[in-house]
Design a protein around this ligand. Sequence first.
Ligand code: PLP
Length: 359
Amino acid sequence: QARAGTPHDQDRPARQSILRLDSNENSLGMSPEARKVFARSLDVANRYPDGHAQALCDALAADLTVSPDQILLTNGSTASIRAIVQSFRQNRPSTAEGRVVAQDPTFGIVERLCRDLGLAYHGVPTGKDFAPDMVAMEKAARKDGGPVLVYMVTPNNPTGVVAPTPALFDWIRRADEETIFLIDEAYHDYVDAPSYESAVRLIRDGHRNVIVTRTFSKLHGMAGLRVGYAVAHKDTMADLSRFSDGWNINSTGLMVAKASLADTSWRAHCLRQNTEARTILTDTLDTLGLGHIPGHTNFVLHRIAADHADYKRRMADHGVLVGRYMRTGPGWNRLSLGTPDEMRRFVDILTDFRRRGWA
Ligand code: PLP
């Protein structure tokens, strides 16, 4: 029943009925323990957040088996990535010297930063089933010599594909010190592959040219609170921290992130729900004869037999937000996974679309 009240209240029913399957968020929301801390954070909102930043750094350091001075907290991992690219740019006297190599397609932020900062960006096409072409990437990175920043998103967005750990680690181990690896592990928490290992291991082993970024925006369900971080060797971190403001996260985000980190049972619950949501979707895709890429994230890249712009518009008309077009070539859509109930709603709509020839 619609309630009379503020304009915000009146908006609510319409907003709730929209299925938001476009931005790789956690539809289940934050951990119940984290919500309690969120409420308590109101009591300290008048104070500067330093102590909370240190507490979160300490908790993350313990979790990752690194020291707190190896962690940079930022306003979402986007801000870590910006700091890394800026530091790479700033440390090179001329643009001709710095190049960035990434797989294509991948998350677009680094390419945009390169345009802003005047760095050359080279996207190396992915291979079969969107697997990163490690050989071609290494070749592109080595070409012409000189400093290069490798941006490796693993698992990748928008494909969900994990870069093979042995090949990536071998490449990093034989690379010269002018090759810097930015390993974006935004979806690390979702990976369920025995052969996968986080690149934090290489940082623990002492590699100065590896920086890993992570976020609380995905499995932790905190996209709106903006908490992310980078991990690196402490010397690398000393340079990187020059490109980030010390007090750039609010105390609420810091406190909630720490509580969320401690709530492992909520994360396990979210992972189970994600798997269930994925199965509901992929079973239907199989039934409808629409291919999909096996992935390790909270989204699925799948075939559509329709023009993407038409598909997206028609889905929006039916109250569903699907992913935007992401250089995957025609006939693909990236769909974020919602709750199992949301996915049941979605697959009914998709099945109807298929019947009408719209998908
Ligand atoms: N990296 C990847 C691969 C992403 O997909 C995203 C967001 O979708 C981000 C980084 C940025 O996340 P945030 O700034 O919310 O931490």
